[in-house]
Design a binder for this molecule. Structure first.
Ligand code: KIV
Length: 271
């Protein structure tokens, strides 16, 4: 199987086609030009300038302090070497508290940062924001399940949707966000069966992180797959540097493992 899904530029239509044809979507975070070039060459389909940069680049405790300026700065760097992949950028904490503010933040990420899709955390309470962005031609990825921007409210990073009522609500939220115009759904840290149910219920591609091998694609933080994140890696991470001679080979191995369904393994998932 080819590592490159297609050599043409990846768009929202490419991702939809990949879902329809059962071809897995390989996504990774990227924060600078050098790594963007490596990821692009390896055939990564979507590069995310995630607010995880607060933790892995800036050394903060959480993603909460990250600003729109930070994301714009890193997106611009990634955009300079991102030729094939679709470039997604995170809307930081408190940058989409109203439709007006969300439009202004998304405009900056796309016009100054070169992003081709924005990602925002939130359940059905974000329907109005998603709908407004979609109406104005902004491709949107809605991030549900564990929402790291809510860490101080949740009191930690925990699997979401284990409780049957919470699971039902998550399915309803996913459908509502798709109806509002979301182009992609990202599911973080949810039980695999729930992730499968949501993936089957939606027409838009569903990307998982600690979700299910049945999702339409997978995403991880770059530093995690390279095994350089300090401390103990979360269970949903695999170190792809092991057994590889170079960073390039490790990223290629990640893409291949996502495409073939070798990653995630049951040990990377939750019940
Ligand atoms: O900020 C980020 O990198 C993310 C991924 C972990 C999905 O949201």
């Amino acid at each position: 199987m080819s590592v490159h899904a297609t050599s043409r530029h990846v768009t929202v239509s490419t991702l939809r086609r990949m879902k329809a044809e059962g071809e897995k979507i390989a996504c990774l975070t990227a924060y600078d030009a050098s790594f963007a070039a490596v990821l692009d060459e390896a055939g990564v389909d979507v590069m995310l300038v995630g607010d995880s940069l607060g933790m892995v680049v800036q050394g903060r405790e959480t993603t909460v302090p990250v600003t729109v300026d930070d994301i714009v700065y890193h997106s611009r760097a990634v955009a300079s070497r991102c030729r094939r992949a679709l470039l997604m950028a995170d809307m930081p904490f408190m940058s989409y508290t109203s439709t007006e503010q969300a439009m202004a933040s998304a405009a900056r990420l796309m016009q100054e940062g070169g992003a081709q899709m924005v990602k925002l955390e939130g359940d059905a309470r974000q329907v109005e924001v998603v709908s407004k962005l979609a109406e104005h031609g902004v491709p949107v990825c809605a991030h549900i399940g564990l929402q790291p921007q809510l860490v101080h409210k949740l009191g930690g990073y925990r699997v979401q949707g284990r409780d049957p009522e919470q699971a039902e609500a998550m399915i309803r939220d996913a459908v509502a966000l798709q109806q509002a115009g979301a182009d992609v759904l990202l599911l973080e840290c949810v039980p695999a069966r729930l992730a499968d149910e949501i993936t089957a219920a939606l027409e838009i591609p569903v990307i998982g992180i600690g979700a299910s091998a049945g999702c339409d694609g997978q995403i991880l933080v770059l530093q995690d797959i390279l095994g350089i994140t300090p401390g103990r890696a979360p269970g949903f991470v695999r170190n792809f540097m092991e057994g590889q001679a170079s960073i390039q080979d490790a990223v290629r191995a990640y893409v291949a493992a996502v495409r073939t369904g070798d990653f995630p393994a049951p040990s990377n998932l939750f019940e």
